[in-house]
Design a protein around this ligand. Structure first.
Ligand code: 13P
Ligand code: SF4
Length: 347
């Protein structure tokens, strides 16, 4: 259960934005200047410097999801990526402390893979509508309804739900995960749209749950057609959490990292990414030759993470994410099976 965190700020003294500080951080700002004006960088830079200093002192690593804002993603993160990459990197780090800039289930997954490390999240309220759409009791009820049918669980779930599952997956390897069990039928939870997308690509019968991402469910095929009308050559990429009619009309469907890889290879001149707002900003930094049409559906949970809160997290070493030992033991098996699967081709 997520708890309401006390409101507090960091007491770490911040350097003023002097020419010396600007020069020290110039290589970072060079990457960011396409998406962050200098007046805004002047506000971020003192936090970036203070976070870097504390990170070294704590022997900490910052992992940031693709939906984090550019000043976090390109400013202070050591490792970045989609849910699968963050889990892979969390399983490999030798840092003492992991600060997860993303949402709670991502921090829990990092903790499952690093039971002896301190895993911190800068805001405990950073949840996910998919994760809150299903409980462990719901999974047990589904198993009773469908005896003997294995459960494949999208990683956007609590550790308690993962513990009731046979296998986890991300959007990058969902089809592989469903097929890996060798079953005729699987229960796929909780994302109905991702489940339907998987069902279209396999002969395995997929039993669905009606969870949705509150960000991606807002995209529509009508909106997609309007982008095409206004920009006749635009290349459309969509996350598989979008509704089925959006996915049918998109040119490419994949995880957030899958989209980046695809763009790096294809380099279409003009692109629209039907996913969370910050994604286009972060990719635009890396691909300055691509023109991004930027629809904006914000994930309010991802946006709870800020530089100020990251600094506070490192100063006070909170909020530590913990998972009950028995739940962790069972959930870890499902996550490890997901890591063994790796990434689906191009996704
Ligand atoms: P990815 O695994 O594609 O990064 O997706 C995570 C997520 O929360 C999408 O909304
Ligand atoms: Fe959850 Fe959707 Fe936010 Fe991703 S974008 S964290 S799926 S609410």
């Amino acid at each position: 259960m997520l708890q309401e965190p006390p409101v507090a700020t960091s007491s770490v003294p911040l350097q003023p934005y002097t020419p010396e500080l600007a020069a020290a951080l110039a290589p970072r700002y060079e990457r960011l200047q396409a998406v962050i004006p200098e007046a805004e960088w002047a506000v971020h830079a003192p936090y970036v410097a203070a976070i870097e200093a504390l990170k070294a002192e704590r022997h900490a690593v910052i992992l940031a999801h693709n939906y984090q804002t550019p000043e976090i993603f390109h400013g202070v993160a050591d490792l970045t990526g989609d849910s699968l990459a963050l889990a892979q990197q969390a399983s490999e780090t030798d840092a003492d402390v992991i600060v997860l800039c993303g949402v709670h289930f991502m921090a829990e997954t990092a903790k499952l893979l690093n039971p002896d490390k301190t895993v911190l999240i800068p805001d405990l309220e950073a949840g996910c509508s998919l994760a809150s759409s299903i409980t462990a009791a719901d999974v047990r009820a589904l198993r009773q309804q469908h005896p003997g049918v294995p459960v494949v669980t999208y990683v956007n779930t609590s550790a308690a739900v993962k513990a009731e599952s046979d296998l986890c997956c991300t959007s990058a390897n969902a089809v592989q995960a469903v097929e890996s069990l060798g079953a005729d039928r699987v229960i796929f939870i909780p994302d109905e749209y991702l489940g339907k997308y998987v069902a279209k690509q396999t002969d395995v019968e997929v039993i669905l749950w009606q969870g949705h991402c509150e960000v991606h469910e807002r995209f529509s095929a009508t909106e997609l057609r309007l982008y095409r009308e206004d920009n006749p050559d635009v290349y459309v990429l969509a996350h598989p959490e979008c509704p089925p009619d959006v996915l049918t009309e998109a040119d490419f469907v994949g995880s957030t990292a899958g989209m980046v890889r695809h763009l790096e290879k294809q380099r279409p001149p003009q692109v629209v990414m039907l996913t969370e707002c910050s994604m286009s900003d972060n990719v635009a930094v890396a691909l300055p030759d691509v023109d991004f049409v930027r629809p904006c559906n914000l994930c309010p949970h991802m946006k709870r993470i800020t530089l100020k809160k990251i600094l506070r997290t490192l100063e006070h070493m909170e909020y530590a994410v913990d998972v009950d030992a028995d739940v962790a033991h069972r959930a870890r098996r499902s996550v490890q099976r997901m890591l063994e699967l790796g990434r689906g081709e191009g996704r």
